[in-house]
Every structure is written in structure tokens, then in C-alpha cells.
Design a binder for this molecule. Structure first.
Ligand code: AMP
Length: 110
């Protein structure tokens, strides 16, 4: 079982910021911004593309949760990222939406 499946199922303890029957959100272990939250489907999909095609309703919920957390924190701008594939920086192969906020972001990203 992958690390995010263990968090989603409660086998590894994490401070959950949000939980629904299908999605959980928790703080990133190595935050890259004052807000750095990971929002994941509980079901295991290797990446965002797989999650989107397998369950578009749950995939859409990831964005709804990101919007809710950003609003709760009063973020006036934020970045949402799916690193998809190792060459794009994906290191955990369970689909996850990064919600980053609380500082300025450069474009293009590194
Ligand atoms: P990515 O590189 O897009 O696959 O993102 C994986 C993210 O998961 C990284 O930002 C890590 O810091 C984060 N991460 C890895 N293990 C944990 C964990 N146990 N709890 C919270 N975040 C984690």
C-alpha cells in the first residue's frame, strides 16, 4: 500500500484538514509555501490523468476542496499543481493536488 493510501485509510496518522467519503486533505510534510496542502482521492490512482478518467466526480471534488481551503485562509491568489510523471517532479505515485499559497509565485515554474 502506498504512503498516501496509508494516510487516507488512517494507517499513518496525519492531521487531516478535510475529509469526505472520497477525498482527504493534509499539510505537505515539506511545505514550499506558507500554505501547502495536499488534496488526494482516497482511492489509489497513479496520477491525475488516471484519476480524472477513472472518477471525474472525485477529481472535480479535489478542486472544490482546494477552493474551500483557500477561501477559509483568505488566500487572494494561489497555485494548484498536479505533478504528473517523474520528469514533471512527481515523487509520490498516488494522485494529489498541491494547493500552494501565502507567497508570490514565479512563472514559468522551475
Ligand atoms: P510530488 O513531488 O508532486 O509527487 O509531491 C509529493 C509531495 O508529498 C511532496 O511535496 C512531499 O513533501 C509530500 N509528502 C511525502 N510524504 C508525505 C507525508 N507522509 N505526509 C505529507 N506529505 C508528504
Amino acid at each position: 500500500m502506498c504512503i498516501f493510501c496509508k494516510i487516507a485509510s488512517g494507517q499513518i496518522s496525519a492531521e487531516l484538514l478535510y475529509e469526505s467519503p472520497t477525498v482527504v486533505a493534509f499539510n505537505d510534510l515539506e511545505p514550499q509555501a506558507p500554505t501547502h496542502v495536499l488534496i488526494i482521492p482516497k482511492a489509489h490512482y497513479e496520477n491525475a490523468a488516471e484519476a480524472a478518467s477513472a472518477d471525474s466526480t472525485t477529481f472535480a471534488e479535489l478542486f472544490t476542496v482546494a477552493k474551500k481551503i483557500a477561501a477559509e485562509r483568505g488566500l487572494d491568489g494561489y497555485r494548484m499543481t498536479f505533478n504528473t510523471g517523474a520528469s514533471a517532479g512527481q515523487s509520490v505515485f498516488h494522485a494529489h493536488l498541491h494547493l500552494l499559497g501565502g507567497r508570490a509565485f514565479a512563472w514559468p515554474p522551475g
